[in-house]
Write a protein that binds this ligand. Structure first.
Ligand SMILES: [Cu+2]
Length: 124
């Protein structure tokens, strides 16, 4: 093997490792910041939700601010089926979603096609 072949090999290994990490790596849950009686979290929408797993406490209002910079129509709606919430996210704007989860549990949220996905973990 000459140097360029080695470079290609290392590049492919790195690409595979990144792909595995991206899809199967640990999903870190982020706790929403509590202040002023509201649990707030900013979520970036660009090819997915970031963060995509958010932990909040039951019984306290939750304010999720979605900042959509993803131009694909896939990301233009976000749904919280368990809370009956559906919001249109305007491109390059912030959209605030507020509700109060009263029961502990795991609640998914996703785009209208269920391709972009996230989870809200509500602790007692
Ligand atoms: Cu979609």
């Amino acid at each position: 093997m000459d140097t360029s072949e080695v470079a290609v090999l290392i590049g492919s290994i790195a690409a595979v490792a990144f792909t595995l990490w991206y899809f199967f790596g640990p999903r870190k849950s982020v706790a929403a910041a509590a202040g002023g009686g509201v649990q707030s979290m900013d979520i970036e929408v660009e090819g997915g939700y970031s963060p995509d797993v958010i932990t909040v406490k039951a019984g306290t209002p939750v304010r999720l601010t979605f900042h959509r910079t993803d131009s694909s129509s896939c990301s233009e709606q976000v749904l919280f089926p368990d809370f009956g919430i559906s919001r249109t996210l305007r491109l390059n704007q912030r959209t605030v979603v507020e509700f109060t989860p009263d029961k502990a549990g795991e609640y998914p949220f996703h785009c209208s096609m269920n391709m972009l996905r996230g989870r809200l973990i509500v602790t007692p």
